[in-house]
Write a new protein. Structure first.
Length: 171
């Protein structure tokens, strides 16, 4: 399972300009808060250029460390000369896309459930890739049967192995 480019957009209409320069503290704050809110990830840091002239159409990159091991590249665009910005995540590294993992597990469980519908949750939108880490996803089929799925991260590319754990009473 690999994570392909993710597009998240943030927009700050509060001016982030001081004199002729963009207020980089406000840019960092906008990105930090937006990532935490939109992705539900823990953001350890956001690094942007120290200074940037205020100029409509100017584009530059910032980098965010998330989930202890993930790294996001964020393209920031100055919307106008007044410091209004928009930003987009253009690259992700070191994160599992849990929605894709859930879909993969649902597909596998549905194929073996003789037509029963299955729902699975791995508890969030993203998780840092930590090789060898094991975590659980939980599910339930349309008959109400609880399912516990053990997921193991196999490599730094985010490939995983998952299996149903027999003891489903521990949910």
């Amino acid at each position: 399972m690999r994570l392909i480019a993710l597009v998240i957009v943030g927009l700050s209409m509060a001016p982030v300009v001081a004199a002729d320069e963009l207020n980089m503290g406000s840019v960092v704050k906008s990105i930090r808060e937006g990532l935490a809110e939109q992705l539900g990830v823990s953001v350890q840091s956001v690094a942007c250029p120290e200074t940037r002239k205020s100029k409509a159409g100017d584009v530059f990159d910032c980098h965010a460390r998330v989930e202890e091991v993930g790294r996001l590249t964020v393209a920031v665009t100055q919307k106008d000369d007044d410091g209004n910005i928009a930003w987009t995540v253009t690259k992700t590294e070191g994160l599992l896309d849990l929605a894709k993992l859930e879909a993969q597990i649902v597909e596998g469980l549905t194929a073996h459930s003789h037509g029963a519908e299955v729902e699975v949750s791995c508890g969030g939108q993203f998780r840092g890739i930590k090789v060898g880490e094991t975590f659980e996803c939980r599910g339930e089929d349309s008959s109400g049967e609880k399912i516990k799925v053990q997921v193991t991260v196999e490599d730094s590319d985010g490939n995983v192995h998952w299996k149903v754990v027999e003891d489903s009473t521990a949910l």
